[in-house]
Design a protein around this ligand. Structure first.
Ligand SMILES: Nc1ncnc2c1ncn2[C@@H]1O[C@H](COP(=O)(O)OP(=O)(O)OP(=O)(O)O)[C@@H](O)[C@H]1O
Ligand SMILES: [Mg+2]
Length: 290
């Protein structure tokens, strides 16, 4: 692979908060007080999510990805540094931001259509109107025909699509997703990735995805922010110059493989540090055998 084949930006050094940023994360740090002393989960992270772009944050388990997700979504406070949506500093949930969580988050007692229509219902929109709008988002995630089903009658991938459709029904200008496909098999993950790409193309929505899956990050992103293992810092920012519109077919291309190798080169060292940390922690634990 030629080194010029992959466009790269330098370590966290790009100017943050330009007028084209939907999200500007500047000098973000977060420290937790735990029974074993303070833990710095996130350390001086800065990066931008340009309007209409798809940015992935990737790093090994425990590196601080969900901490960043929760701070950006306004669910966690006590951080240093700032998160801005346009000109506004995030200080609590922001109306422009919609969140999709890793855990199952559909309402089991509601049908698909009533799950997706929920945000419209709390906005006071009447039943017929909200169902019509909900159908639009249900079609968008490819669940046409399943409107009257309950979540328990769907597969895990379909339930995640319901959760995504419900978040889209809020019509957020920025979509945050924390490992939404982590529990899914590789094929479903790739096909759901196609749906996400299609939606992003249709809505021109700014998206920030948290993931530990390299294939997924390269398949979907315009930009990948690679994090170090604990404390989470920006290790490198990689701009992904693969053609759009994209589909999962892109994974067969040579350029795709080059990006995957590039990201793995950066992540390997961090993942090894995480593994060594976990091993030494398990050795320090008292043995159950006497
Ligand atoms: N509320 C909390 N109190 C104390 N420590 C916390 C808290 N939340 C997170 N941490 C610690 O901060 C670090 C980063 O956690 P975080 O959940 O952000 O990691 P992650 O990258 O999302 O991991 P994973 O990939 O496993 O989801 C970890 O060491 C974790 O134990
Ligand atoms: Mg997490």
């Amino acid at each position: 692979m030629k080194s010029g084949a992959v466009a790269k930006a330098a370590l966290a050094a790009e100017p943050s908060g330009s007028p084209t940023s939907a999200l500007a994360i500047q000098n973000l740090s977060m420290r937790f007080e735990t029974s074993e002393g303070p833990v710095t989960a996130v350390d001086d992270m800065s990066f931008d999510v340009p309007v209409g772009s798809f940015v992935s944050l990737i790093g090994p388990s425990g590196c601080g990805k969900s901490t960043v997700f929760n701070i950006v979504g306004g669910l966690l406070t006590g951080h240093a540094g700032s998160v801005r949506v346009g000109a506004e500093t995030v200080a609590g949930p922001h109306r422009a931001i919609g969140m999709v969580f890793q855990e199952e988050s559909t309402f089991p007692w509601r049908t698909v259509i009533d799950n997706v229509a929920f945000p419209l219902e709390i906005s006071g929109i009447g039943r017929d109107e909200r169902h019509e709008q909900a159908r639009h988002f249900i079609n968008m995630v490819g669940l046409h025909g399943f409107e009257r089903r309950y979540p328990s009658e769907l597969s895990g991938g379909m339930r995640q699509r319901v959760a995504i459709a419900r978040t889209l029904a809020f019509q957020p200008s920025i979509l945050l997703m924390d490992e939404p496909f982590a529990a899914l098999d590789e094929q479903t993950r790739l096909l759901l990735g196609d749906k996400i790409l299609q939606i992003q193309q249709d809505l021109k929505q700014t998206t920030m995805l948290i993931t530990h899956n390299i294939t997924e990050a390269v398949q979907l992103s315009d930009r990948i922010v690679v994090m170090t293992y604990r404390p989470g810092k920006v290790k490198r920012i990689i701009d992904v110059d693969l053609p759009r519109p994209r589909t999962s077919e892109v994974i067969t291309s040579t350029a795709f493989g080059a990006y995957v190798a590039e990201v793995w080169n950066d992540l390997r060292e961090e993942a090894s540090r995480g593994m060594a940390d976990a091993e030494s922690a398990s050795q320090m634990r008292p043995s159950r055998r006497s």
